[in-house]
Design a protein around this ligand. Structure first.
Ligand code: ATP
Ligand code: BTN
Length: 315
């Protein structure tokens, strides 16, 4: 936190503020470099500075904003996955609605067990856990509504060119900027919980490796470093508002809004179901959030967790 401003701080000054020796400061900074991959410059006579300033999350600001919504915050510096942490919290008796936010994830995950690249202090790793009362139908359109909420939060952060890709990806400028992972726990026939994981690329730079597809970040889009705490609060408010609308009016009331933000509305796409590929024109979504495709002149509807949509090259 002391170094977050990106300016030089001498070992002596850092040691004095923290009440430790200069060599303890040095050891601590080496851990920062090695364990958290934070790039640090050391200049004799000047001290230490980060290669770039950091926008750190604020527990106080996020907890206060969430408390206003009636949601409880569990903040972690590092965690394997905020979704995994939410599941552990539920199993240890924590009550939903609860939110887990972390500065970094060591095993962030996407759909189908794929890794979600989660460097420290650059992005948002956010999980909201809610109780689901009416079985699987209580989930209809949920992931699409979460996408709308993320889009709304991104717009408040200055991103005007973002859109949604069915079922739950957010793209800006043709590249992935955020992803959503929904996991269900408990007995779907009885009371269960849905764990809604959201990853938003905020200040991540090109130094991020191992991302197997084109990606972007808020910073890359708006050209300046974004305030992560403010974006966390925009996200919480948007989620709360869209969840309320879904609860009172159902997904069908949000369907037109979803289609208006669908990046591939009216385009020719290929849907992979795992066992086969279906080519069709994207008509939109139905009242429960299933994808509507025009295949050989007939409308077909698709839903389920293993489906994946790709834009056809000629579209
Ligand atoms: P689908 O179209 O089926 O949703 P997808 O490739 O968009 O597929 P997943 O199948 O959920 O999404 O897999 C996660 C993908 O996200 C992986 O391809 C991975 O390379 C990519 N990825 C990992 N970390 C990030 C990140 N921080 N930002 C953007 N993309 C990422
Ligand atoms: C996707 O594949 O598009 C979904 C990515 C979801 C990533 C988020 S980051 C917070 C939460 N914790 C995880 O391990 N995954 C989700």
């Amino acid at each position: 936190q002391l170094l977050a401003d990106g300016r030089f701080h001498s070992g002596e000054e850092l040691g004095a503020v923290l009440g430790v020796s200069r060599s303890a400061v040095w050891k601590c900074l080496r851990r920062l470099e090695e364990e958290y991959n934070v790039e640090l410059f050391r200049v004799p006579g000047k001290g230490y500075r980060l290669a770039e300033p950091l926008s750190l999350l604020s527990y106080e600001l996020s907890a206060a904003a969430l408390a206003r919504l009636g949601w409880q915050l569990h903040f972690r510096q590092t965690v394997d996955s905020t979704n995994a942490e939410a599941l552990r919290l539920l199993r240890s008796g924590a009550a939903a609605p609860l939110v887990v936010i972390a500065e970094s994830q060591t095993s962030g995950r996407g759909r189908r067990g794929r890794a979600w690249v989660s460097p420290a202090s650059q992005n948002i790793y956010y999980t909201l856990t809610l109780k689901v009362f009416d079985g699987p139908q209580g989930l209809s359109g949920l992931s699409l509504v979460v996408g709308l909420a993320v889009l709304h939060a991104l717009r408040r952060a200055g991103i005007q060119n973002a859109g949604l890709k069915w079922p739950n990806d957010i793209y800006a400028d043709g590249k992935k900027i955020a992803g959503i992972l929904l996991e269900l726990t408990g007995d779907p026939a009885d009371v269960c919980h849905v764990i809604i994981g959201i990853g938003i690329n905020v200040n991540m730079t090109s130094s991020a490796k191992d991302i197997g597809q084109p990606w972007t970040s808020v910073r890359a889009q708006i050209g300046v470093m974004a305030d992560r705490s403010a974006l966390v609060n925009f996200l919480s408010e948007a989620l709360h508002c869209y969840m309320e609308r879904r609860m009172h009016e159902g997904f069908s009331s949000l369907r037109v809004e979803w289609e208006a933000n669908n990046i591939w509305q009216g385009k020719r796409c290929t849907l992979s179901t795992g066992t086969r590929e279906v080519k069709g024109l994207v008509l939109g979504v139905d009242e429960v959030g299933a994808l509507r495709l025009l295949v050989d002149g007939k409308e077909q509807r698709f839903s389920g967790g293993e489906l994946s949509l790709r834009l056809d090259h000629d579209s």
